[in-house]
Design a protein around this ligand. Structure first.
Ligand code: ZN
Length: 138
């Protein structure tokens, strides 16, 4: 854990807030400690509910880095990644994540609480739904 990188993530969070967005920031650091990318939350100014910095960096890493390079990177982020970003990070190949605030600490700082879960209903139609999937994954 590198406190300088984590403090940069916190500074990016402050920049996001100053720019009219929720206060979250992240950076991606190579194995030699070099900062290779930075992002700030831009969900409000981009009118995009997915514009979390962790997700933007995960997408960039998956597109731009070969798997071995991505595996050697560490994301420093001002807050523990949410479920959406955690899913993207798992698919991105990024090797490690270091965060400042935990999700519980964040929720303790909110007066409005978190987001309610969307009710789901399933599984259904297994015999039909499995057809396009079977054999796709090795
Ligand atoms: Zn997120």
């Amino acid at each position: 854990m590198n406190e300088e990188h984590l403090r940069r993530a916190i500074a990016l969070a402050a920049e996001a807030r100053a720019g009219g967005n929720p206060p979250f920031g992240s950076l991606l650091v190579g194995p030699d400690g070099t900062v290779i990318a930075e992002e700030r939350n831009s969900t409000l100014t981009d009118n995009d509910i997915t514009a979390h910095p962790e997700l933007k960096l995960a997408r960039w890493a998956a597109r731009s880095l070969d798997p071995a390079t991505a595996a050697g990177t560490t994301m420093y982020t001002s807050c523990e990644p949410c479920q959406m970003c955690s899913g993207a990070l798992a698919r991105s190949g990024i090797g490690h994540v270091v965060f400042a605030l935990s999700g519980d600490q964040l929720n303790g700082l909110k007066t409005s609480g978190g987001f309610p879960a969307v009710p789901t209903d399933g599984p259904h139609l297994y015999d039909e739904a499995r057809v396009p999937v079977e054999g796709y994954y090795p």
